[in-house]
Design a protein around this ligand. Structure first.
Ligand SMILES: NC(=O)c1ccc[n+]([C@@H]2O[C@H](COP(=O)([O-])OP(=O)(O)OC[C@H]3O[C@@H](n4cnc5c(N)ncnc54)[C@H](OP(=O)(O)O)[C@@H]3O)[C@@H](O)[C@H]2O)c1
Length: 262
């Protein structure tokens, strides 16, 4: 087991291990390994304050730019990777329609921004009211809203009569969502909806397992630091109030919740 561990030092960067990690803040993100990924915290450490930290080789480690708070970096790591990997899986082209099912969650709130930034016509699920306002505020680009508690099929038919080009399945019923695709459309799922589920249909399905490697984390961190990507943290809790954070999450909090340790 020890041989699979690597260490990063603030004073002496681990040359060849993680480019970009040097004195300053760095985040270490655990890859998803268990069914309920979103109950796992993303670990972010400040290497400047510790001489040496050790994390498993499978963790992604990246420098946190000065303009990005550790809190936002922590919220961004796994959710951002899942969002980016999902968008990349369906590879939306300019003006293509992309339905983001679960746009009010941590992954979806980032995926909407990434898809819109690529010039796609983003269609996002949200209940009317606070959820809709939250999604609309994520980006300056136009986002079309659909209420997933209503007749989703009818709303999509209005926006994309021939079906949408791509779906990001981050919540909801994968089979129903795949049925909203145009012939030849693509669906990416963080919920295990993969090729087997669309066998015989003229669509492509990708089951996405987020891979938070250094390259992806660095790209996300740079986009967040420069303001291209808004990290959707909607509430922050001190560590001693972690149970409140979990309770809020379970009752349907929007976006990401951050827990800080001073
Ligand atoms: N495969 C991977 O690598 C990977 C990585 C990260 C996350 N995940 C998984 O990906 C999913 C999304 O993650 P997340 O952190 O964004 O979760 P989240 O924060 O729970 O977001 C899910 C959002 O979807 C909404 N929702 C519920 N039912 C819906 C429906 N039928 N249609 C549209 N939206 C609906 C929820 O609203 P309410 O809260 O009001 O119900 C919530 O806002 C989770 O299941 C998570 O476990 C997978």
């Amino acid at each position: 087991m020890r041989s699979r561990l690597r260490s990063a030092s603030a004073r002496r960067p681990c040359s060849g291990c993680w480019p970009g990690v040097s004195a300053g803040s760095a985040g270490a993100v655990m890859p998803p390994t268990v069914p309920k990924w979103n109950t796992l915290p993303t670990c972010v450490v400040t290497l400047a304050s510790w001489k040496r930290v050790t994390v498993p080789a499978s963790y992604g480690v990246a420098h946190i730019p000065g303009a990005l708070s550790v809190q936002d970096a922590g919220a961004l790591g796994l959710a951002g990777t899942a969002a980016l990997d999902s968008v990349n899986a369906v590879d939306p082209q300019k003006d293509e329609t992309v339905l983001v099912s679960g746009a009010t969650g941590g992954v979806g709130a980032l995926a909407v921004q990434i898809a819109a930034a690529r010039g796609a016509k983003a269609i996002a699920t949200a209940r009317p009211g606070a959820e809709a306002a939250f999604v609309t505020d994520l980006t300056d680009a136009e986002v079309h809203l659909v209420d997933f508690t209503g007749d989703l099929d009818a709303q999509i038919r209005t926006l994309a009569p021939g079906g949408v080009d791509a779906v990001l399945h981050l919540a909801g019923d994968g089979a129903q969502l795949a049925g909203l695709l145009r012939p030849g459309g693509r669906i990416a799922s963080t919920l295990g909806f993969g090729p087997d589920a669309v066998e015989g249909q003229d669509v492509t399905a990708h089951s996405v397992m987020a891979a938070p490697n250094a390259r992806t984390l660095t790209a996300l961190a740079e986009d967040a630091a420069s303001g291209v990507l808004r990290v959707p943290v909607t509430a922050t809790y001190p560590l001693e109030r972690a149970p409140d954070a979990f309770a809020s999450f379970a009752s349907g909090a929007l976006g990401k919740l951050a827990i800080t340790c001073a």
